[in-house]
Design a protein around this ligand. Structure first.
Ligand SMILES: [Zn+2]
Ligand SMILES: [Zn+2]
Length: 124
């Protein structure tokens, strides 16, 4: 919910100068610090990757149902880095980081580390 509100507030500038090959940087058009984040969507039933898209600032699957098992529920995963296999499935979110968020980067990193054990079963 927080993320969706965050996105709506900053949807005026598309940050077109922050290109997908960059990790992050200050947008020359609006001066915000923008971080490129890549997300993929997996079927929560069988775990196959499904093509992701953005709808109202939320990462969702492009098709309504899994092509492999017909499942509807999906899991959204943030990628640590984009690669040429995932790029056909992934969606790019240009996230504006407020200065407080940048300062708290260490804390964000710890949260990410804590999430890893939860994600591991997906790769079995
Ligand atoms: Zn901008
Ligand atoms: Zn499936």
């Amino acid at each position: 919910m927080f993320f969706m509100e965050f996105f709506r507030q900053h949807n005026k500038c598309q940050h077109n100068h922050i290109t997908p090959d960059m990790e992050c940087g200050y947008c020359p058009d609006c001066g915000e610090f923008v971080q490129n984040e890549w997300y993929i969507v997996r079927c929560s039933c069988c775990g196959v990757k499904r093509k992701a898209m953005l709808r109202n600032g939320e990462v969702v699957a492009q098709e309504g149902f899994c092509h492999n098992c017909g499942g509807k529920e999906v899991i959204v995963e943030k990628l640590p880095a984009i690669n040429f296999i995932d790029i056909q499935f992934a969606v790019l979110v240009k996230r504006v980081l407020k200065s407080e968020v940048v300062t708290n980067f260490t804390q964000c990193w710890e949260e990410k580390t804590l999430n890893i054990p939860k994600l591991l079963p997906l790769f079995r």
